[in-house]
Design a binder for this molecule. Structure first.
Ligand code: 13P
Length: 242
């Protein structure tokens, strides 16, 4: 498994259902990865493109966006942890709010997927976050607590798991919590249980070239999970540059 704690920050590009071979060729030829080896840059393309982009690796790592909770068997269309491991994939996003909302994934599913990833030496990037309604009802910390309790495997630790805080209402909307709110929420997660004190906790939701530096420099933020802006090589280069 990748040594998470050898990095100071993580920049994870979640390409969602976007990209094709031509796009990958162009993106990887334009992308400039900083010399700073303490920054870990991860690109998560569609599953179909994992192997293609892996062969273009150039100081970045490759992650999947999802994995099956089943090991093998009669599960048409699923992709197993063992298959990701065969491809030498280092990271996998788990429990993204789009998976939770559109594909009805539960905390139990997320926990099971994350456990199996860890068993296969793949780092799960476990997503948690509140909806706008939950935020407006003042339920953010309760929602996060439940997601932490139920989604994070018992044997996960700061060496094998990354947590991503993504407020659902900030995804793809151009809206973000204030910097202070982001930092306080990350502090809440780190202090929720001693176990989380040293976890890398990254922020996602409308991270752009013009706010990434300030967000990632917050004392309790260890990187960013980037959607839309990670599809533009010049924006993503700006986000990750020193
Ligand atoms: P945007 O950066 O497009 O808001 O998406 C965030 C996200 O969902 C990353 O996983």
């Amino acid at each position: 498994m990748i040594k998470i704690n050898s990095f100071s920050s993580f920049f994870i590009a979640n390409w969602k259902l976007n990209g094709n071979f031509k796009f990958i060729d162009q993106f990887t030829s334009e992308l400039k990865i900083p010399n700073n080896v303490a920054k870990c840059v991860v690109i998560c393309p569609t599953s179909i493109h994992l192997d293609y982009i892996r062969n273009k690796k150039n100081n970045f790592y490759v992650g999947a966006q999802n994995v099956s909770q089943h090991k093998e068997g009669a599960y048409t269309g699923e992709i197993s942890c063992a298959s990701l491991s065969d491809l030498k994939i280092e990271f996998c996003i788990v429990g993204h709010s789009e998976r939770r909302q559109i594909f009805n994934e539960t905390n139990t599913n997320v926990n099971s997927k994350s456990s199996q990833l860890i068993e296969h030496d793949i780092v799960p990037i476990i997503c948690i976050g509140e909806t706008l309604e939950e935020k407006e009802n003042g339920e953010t910390n309760d929602v996060l607590s439940k997601q932490l309790e139920e989604s994070i495997p018992k044997f996960s630790n700061s060496d094998n798991t990354i947590i991503a805080y993504e407020p659902v209402w900030a995804i793809g909307t151009g809206l973000t919590p204030s910097f202070e709110e982001i930092n306080n929420t990350h502090k809440f997660i780190k202090n929720y249980n001693n176990k989380y004190n040293n976890y890398k906790i990254i922020y996602g939701g409308s991270v752009k070239a013009n706010n990434a530096k300030e967000i990632v420099s917050l004392s309790n933020v260890d990187g960013a999970l980037i959607g839309g802006a990670s599809l533009k090589s010049d924006d993503f280069t700006k986000i990750i540059e020193d």
